[in-house]
Design a binder for this molecule. Structure first.
Ligand code: TTP
Ligand code: CA
Length: 286
């Protein structure tokens, strides 16, 4: 049996800004581009979420929902630096750390567990270290698999700690909405809702062949996740699967000349990344 922690910063970009600028603490803060430049909210402090402001929302919508919102432009270098430091703290607990993004990672702590040091204790230690060394809060989920740990870390945000006791995975998952499961996006969820399947428990109650009919090849893995079964290991070094470049225009356009010019510029950027790292791809997507 494995013991896995999933750790995730609360309101990452916004929390770093509030930490670095005490004047922003306790205030409705968003990090993102300007409304004039069609910016979107990258991160919203918990204070501003009460107004219904969320990540990926256009900045002008955020302004409408909360006129007193304070917008801070992103400082990606700073977030990268904080990310490197938190990963160091994680690696001091276990070498088995798999970062998922700048602000979240899986930790396999199986080897660190002793009768005196339960996985939950390790999670408490981890939260304490991050708070004292970085002055930031993380939410942690503890479970025997990646999928359960990740869902658990989201249950009690911010500054949360949710422990799923081994053997109680099905019980833990049953009341949660199907959207919490990896691989169930909004479209699939809508389709399943119309068939009366809303909770993971509803899903888990379906027979094996139902999954194959609904999901095809991925049916068995969706079923396994719904039953709380997931034996994917924590992988320290992950192979990079793609290289990309993107941009946002200040106005919508369907001008073919402009678009071609843009595609050319972005593909040159992708090309230079490939060259720099001496790697190749075999599939191109626009
Ligand atoms: P999240 O972990 O999704 O969000 P969060 O840390 O701001 O808030 P919480 O986890 O407490 O719900 O994303 C981590 C960072 O990634 C976030 O701070 C900013 C960036 N991000 C974007 O730039 N755009 C997005 O649409 C999302 C979702 C995140
Ligand atoms: Ca986060």
């Amino acid at each position: 049996m494995r013991h896995i922690l999933h750790a995730d910063f609360d309101a990452f970009y916004a929390a770093v800004e509030q930490r670095d600028n005490p004047g922003l603490r306790g205030k409705p803060v968003v990090v993102g581009g300007s409304p004039e430049g069609r910016g979107v909210v990258a991160s919203a402090s918990y204070e501003v979420r009460r107004f219904g402001v969320r990540s990926a929302m256009p900045m002008w919508t955020a302004l409408q929902r909360c006129p007193e919102v304070i917008r801070v432009p992103p400082r990606f270098d700073r977030y990268g630096e904080v990310s490197r430091r938190v990963m160091e703290i994680f690696r001091a607990i276990t070498p088995l750390v798999e970062p998922l993004s700048l602000d979240e990672a899986y930790l396999d702590v199986t080897q660190s567990v002793t009768p005196e040091r339960s996985p939950a204790r390790i999670a408490v230690e981890l939260k304490r270290r991050v708070r004292s060394e970085l002055l930031l809060t993380i939410s942690v989920g503890v479970g025997v698999s990646k999928s359960v740990a990740k869902i658990a870390s989201d249950m009690d945000k911010p500054d949360g700690l949710t422990v799923v006791v081994p053997g109680s995975e099905r019980e833990f998952l049953a009341p949660l909405p199907i959207e919490s499961l990896w691989g169930i996006g909004p479209k699939t969820a809508e389709r399943l809702h119309s068939q009366g399947v809303r909770s993971i428990g509803d899903l888990a109650a379906k027979p094996e062949d139902w999954f194959v009919t609904r999901f095809g090849r991925t049916g068995p893995s969706v079923r396994a996740l719904a039953l709380g079964q997931d034996d994917r290991p924590v992988v320290v070094e992950r192979e990079r699967k793609s290289v990309s470049a993107e941009t946002t225009l200040s106005h919508d356009t369907d001008d073919p000349e402009l678009l071609l010019e843009l595609v050319s510029r972005l593909s040159q950027r992708v090309g230079s990344y490939l060259e720099r790292d001496d790697i190749q791809g075999k599939t191109v997507k626009v």
